[in-house]
Write a protein that binds this ligand. Structure first.
Ligand code: ZN
Length: 342
C-alpha cells in the first residue's frame, strides 16, 4: 500500500514538474504578439531622405570588417550601401510617399505605437496624420537647435508633446552633464516630461562622417550622475542604454531606480548573439528587466522596426512575460500612459 502511494505521488510530482517545464518552454518559445511601444524612431522631412535607395545588411559592427586609412572611410562605408553583400538587404524608400506608407504599414502590422523623434514641425505633422500610432518627441541638440528652455516649454505645452528626445549632444562632443543642459532638465523636471538622451554608439566611423566632434567616451552612463542628483524627479531614458558601458549602466540602474533604458537599435547594430549574451541578458539577470524598453532606432529603413522586434522575440532566455515588459509594460509605465499602473 505504502509503495503504491509513493509511486502515485512520484507520478503526480513528475507530471507537475513536466508541466512546469513545458509551460516554461512554451513561454520562452512564444513570440510576443501584443501591442508594442517603440521608444525610438526618427521621422524626417522629404529633404532629409537620401535621393537614392540605400541597401542595409545589418549588423553595423562588422559591415566594414577592416579598413585601411589610405582610403576615405565615408567612401568605403557608402559603397556598402550601394553594393550590399547579403541576400535580403533592407532597402530605403525611393520617395517620401513610399517612406510614409512603409512606416505606416510597419506600425499597423506590428501593433506599434512609436515615440517619434524629430524637429517640431515634423513631429506635429506625423502626430496629426497618425494620431493613434505616434507619440511626438522633440529632438534637441545644443548648437543646432537655438531654442531657449522657455521657448521649449511653450512648444511642449502648446502641442502636447510627450517626450524631449532624442537629445543628441554627444554628436557635438557635449556631455549629458554639461551645465548648458541644466536649465532644460530643470524645465523638464518641473513640467514632469521625460527626457531621452542619446548615450551610446552612433554608426561606425561617426567622427569621420560628418560629426568630427562626436566622442565615444561620452556614452558612459556615469556621466548622468550629476544630473540625477541635481534633478531627482526628472524621468530619464538612456537611449541605446549607454552601450557598450554595460557595467557602468548596471551601477546606474542600481543606484538610480528611476532610470530606464531603451535598447534603441543596438540589437541590430551588433550580431544578436553578442547583444543577447553580454548586454540584454546581463541587464535582465541583474534584476532590471522592468526598466528595459524596446526601441528600433528606425531612421530611413522602415522594415528595421520588424527586424528589431524579431531579434527581441528570438532571445532564447526571455519568457513571454519578460518580452511583454520590454515591448510594452515598461514604456507604458515610464510614459505614464496608464495612470493606474505602478
Ligand atoms: Zn541615438
Amino acid at each position: 500500500m505504502r509503495l503504491y502511494l509513493i509511486i502515485i505521488l512520484s507520478i503526480i510530482t513528475l507530471s507537475c514538474n513536466n508541466k512546469k517545464q513545458e509551460l516554461n518552454l512554451l513561454s520562452q518559445d512564444r513570440a510576443y504578439n501584443g501591442p508594442i511601444i517603440d521608444m525610438h524612431i526618427h521621422v524626417d522631412k522629404p529633404e532629409d531622405l537620401p535621393p537614392f535607395s540605400l541597401s542595409l545588411c545589418p549588423p553595423f559592427s562588422n559591415l566594414i570588417e577592416h579598413f585601411d586609412p589610405i582610403n576615405e572611410f565615408e567612401d568605403v562605408w557608402n559603397e556598402k550601401f550601394n553594393n550590399p553583400d547579403c541576400e535580403n538587404p533592407l532597402v530605403s524608400p525611393k520617395s517620401y510617399q513610399d517612406y510614409q506608407q512603409r512606416i505606416e504599414k510597419q506600425l499597423k502590422q506590428n501593433k506599434v505605437i512609436a515615440v517619434a523623434s524629430g524637429a517640431f514641425e515634423d513631429i506635429v505633422k506625423w502626430k496629426l496624420e497618425y494620431p493613434k500610432q505616434i507619440i511626438p518627441s522633440l529632438e534637441f541638440r545644443i548648437g543646432r537647435d537655438s531654442i531657449s528652455p522657455e521657448q521649449m516649454k511653450t512648444i511642449l505645452i502648446d502641442n502636447d508633446i510627450k517626450v524631449i528626445g532624442e537629445i543628441s549632444n554627444q554628436y557635438f562632443g557635449i556631455a549629458p552633464n554639461d551645465p548648458r543642459m541644466f536649465p532644460y532638465y530643470k524645465m523638464a523636471e518641473e513640467l514632469d516630461i521625460p527626457v531621452a538622451i542619446h548615450l551610446g554608439s552612433g554608426i561606425p566611423g561617426t567622427p569621420y562622417m560628418g560629426y568630427p566632434k562626436y566622442e565615444a567616451k561620452l556614452s558612459n552612463p556615469l556621466l548622468l550622475e550629476d544630473v540625477l542628483k541635481r534633478y531627482p524627479k526628472l524621468r530619464v531614458s538612456i537611449m541605446h542604454y549607454g552601450e557598450p558601458f554595460i557595467d557602468e549602466l548596471i551601477t546606474m540602474l542600481y543606484h538610480y531606480p528611476q532610470v530606464y533604458v531603451d535598447i534603441g537599435g543596438i540589437q541590430w547594430a551588433y550580431p544578436k548573439e553578442y547583444f543577447y549574451e553580454y548586454h540584454l541578458k546581463k541587464i535582465v539577470v541583474a534584476g532590471f528587466g522592468k526598466r528595459i524598453m524596446y526601441g528600433s532606432d528606425m531612421i530611413i529603413w522602415p522594415e528595421l522596426i520588424e527586424h528589431s522586434i524579431n531579434i527581441i522575440n528570438d532571445a532564447p532566455f526571455l519568457s513571454y512575460e519578460q518580452k511583454a515588459d520590454i515591448f510594452y509594460n515598461n514604456a507604458s509605465r515610464f510614459l505614464r500612459l496608464n495612470p493606474r499602473q505602478n
